[in-house]
Design a protein. Structure first.
Length: 318
């Protein structure tokens, strides 16, 4: 997957990469604070590999998806800061790209950290931190398409969750990231003629089918150790991803924006579509009980944030 085409060079010219040029100071602060709190969620070797190549894990997951599904297209993966809050597949006939906005990646991870932090610690201090970070995720990232935070210190403190919860947040991120990549991959390999609306749902079907295969391959110990992030209890992670977009729609409507989906299914329609795939996609051998319980906790936290955001809006607190 070497970057060799003019299409890749065009995107690299148009958009910067925050991961490649950003200051190391925020990352160093985070790891230092985690060490002080005795949170051992990060393998230093993996951190060093990330610093040397921020996309090394993405490349390994994509390579496994291609080889295990016998996918033969020549595709580049790009993650740049385009400030469009999306992922896309692009082809010029000779080169194919799956492109992910770093803004989307940052928002997904921060959203999961917020939800799991709130579920783990509902003390008044952390409750307020989680609400403030959620509002930033909706307003600054979701509406204004900028990466930022209300307070780096507050964000770090919010993210100081127990090691197992930190792993859960990271694994949720990677399973939804894989779903997004495979969704975009469908757009590159699809040869059928269909409406834009139907193609989006078919892309979700394809993405979900491959995600379930990854989960089953890990269950059967087929995955390389470094990409073992696909646990059975995360089989509903695409539903969690759609919860961010539902929350964003709720936030926009609070401020009088009219939400219209014309040629694209709404987050609710995409969730319903994925739920309808269970019978054919999720085999009986999978343990779904823990995943169902996890989703219920996740949805409860989203409802709690929604309620607090509405209260703050009514009281004109933001």
């Amino acid at each position: 997957m070497k970057s060799k085409g003019s299409l890749v060079n065009l995107y690299k010219t148009l958009f910067p990469s925050r991961e490649l040029v950003s200051n190391r100071e925020p990352m160093d602060d985070f790891f230092k604070y985690a060490k002080e709190k005795k949170i051992d969620a990060f393998d230093r070797k993996i951190v060093d590999m990330y610093i040397n190549d921020p996309h090394f894990l993405e490349k390994k997951i994509i390579h496994y998806i291609f080889s295990s599904n016998n996918i033969k297209i020549d595709m580049d993966y790009l993650a740049l800061y385009s400030q469009q809050m999306n992922a896309a597949s692009i082809s010029d006939g000779e080169n194919a790209i799956v492109f992910v906005d770093e803004l989307l990646e940052y928002t997904m991870l921060s959203f999961y950290l917020t939800i799991y932090s709130l579920a783990n610690d509902r003390s008044p201090e952390n409750f307020e931190r989680c609400i403030k970070n959620c509002i930033v995720l909706l307003d600054l990232q979701g509406n204004k398409h900028e990466i930022g935070t209300h307070s780096r210190k507050s964000l770090i403190e919010m993210a100081m969750i127990p090691t197992n919860i930190m792993h859960l947040a990271m694994d949720t991120y990677w399973t939804t990231w894989a779903f997004i990549i495979c969704h975009e991959l469908f757009h590159l390999i699809n040869k059928k003629t269909m409406s834009a609306y139907q193609e989006e749902l078919e892309a979700d079907t394809y993405g979900y089918q491959i995600l379930i295969h990854l989960i089953l391959d890990q269950k059967e110990e087929k995955l390389p150790e470094e990409i073992q992030v696909f646990y059975e209890y995360l089989y509903l992670s695409p539903i969690m991803l759609m919860e961010y977009y539902r929350l964003l729609d709720f936030y926009r409507e609070l401020y009088g924006q009219r939400i219209i989906y014309e040629n694209h299914p709404s987050p609710e329609e995409r969730q319903e579509h994925i739920f309808n795939l269970f019978e054919n996609c999720v085999p009986d051998c999978m343990d779904t009980k823990t995943g169902n319980e996890l989703l219920n906790i996740f949805l409860d936290m989203v409802d709690l944030l929604k309620e607090q955001i509405q209260i703050k809006k009514e009281r004109k607190k933001f």
